[in-house]
Design a protein around this ligand. Structure first.
Ligand SMILES: [Zn+2]
Ligand SMILES: [Zn+2]
Length: 258
């Protein structure tokens, strides 16, 4: 199994997970053109994508997903709540779309990859995050989450690779440029995870098999890669540079899980 990010943050998200000839894209918050050029960095084209899983309707995750799916006839998996929201203003029948509704607790096998969704507290209609498995290899992804829950901890326990939201530093958010309402939203229980909450969640997990940790969905205004990396490295007792960052512009290159 290997995985790579096309970019992560409030301006767009997309992750590619590959097992053998199966390549799943988790979210697509970039335009078709932008997604295509970012896929080229990984030596991929949209035709190489087996399926797209959409976590929730926010534009930075779903903005380009259905257009890409329609253009390249890529099947899509999403919860019923997300389906309702992403097709709100869209004459779906005019598009050749294969939309598969998934239950937010039930695993689905998509070719060589098993996807285990799990519900998260976030201000969307029916948001999920996902675990990807191949045999006993496990990649956990958690972004767009206001706070950790016991169920999230259960799901992310024992991952071989983990992509974890480090959205903001609480002090930077407090003193930063956002207005009061946005500060409340981002910092609230249905908003985004701050560095220390991410670290606290990480500290509750069995990390004995962890080969990769990627800080994700960093705010450009209310966080720095150094703060995010420091928070996670402290929990793991590892070198700062062992913690990767899923950057907004570059994402990150392929990481192998063995
Ligand atoms: Zn987001
Ligand atoms: Zn969101």
């Amino acid at each position: 199994m290997r995985f790579a990010s096309l970019g992560s943050g409030s301006a767009g998200n997309a992750l590619v997970v590959e097992v053998k000839q199966t390549r799943l894209m988790l979210d697509c918050g970039f335009s078709v053109k932008e997604t295509t050029s970012r896929l080229a960095r990984l030596n991929l084209t949209p035709n190489d994508i087996t399926g797209i899983v959409i976590t929730h309707e926010h534009d930075d995750h779903a903005g380009g997903a259905l257009k890409l799916a329609a253009k390249y006839r890529i099947p899509v998996w999403l919860t019923y709540g997300t389906l309702k929201m992403v097709t709100r203003y869209m004459p779906v029948n005019q598009y050749d779309l294969q939309l598969n509704v998934m239950d937010s607790h039930t695993a689905v096998a998509i070719a060589d990859i098993e996807v285990q969704p799990y519900p998260v507290p976030h201000d969307a209609r029916e948001p999920i995050q996902c675990i990807f498995t191949e045999g006993n290899l496990k990649l956990g992804v958690l972004t767009d989450v206001g706070r950790g829950t016991p169920h999230i901890e259960d799901q992310l326990n024992g991952c071989n690779a983990l992509m974890l939201e480090c959205n903001h530093d609480a002090n930077m958010l407090q003193t930063g440029p956002y207005g009061w309402t946005l500060k409340k939203r981002v910092g609230g229980d249905l908003g985004h995870l701050e560095n220390l909450d991410a670290a606290n969640l990480l500290s509750k997990l069995d990390n004995s098999k962890l080969q990769h940790i990627m800080a994700a969905h960093l705010s450009a205004k209310n966080n720095t890669p150094l703060l995010a990396k420091s928070a996670l490295a402290k929990v793991l007792g590892c070198e700062l540079d062992w913690v990767g960052v899923a950057d907004q512009l570059q994402g990150f290159n392929w990481r192998e899980v063995v």
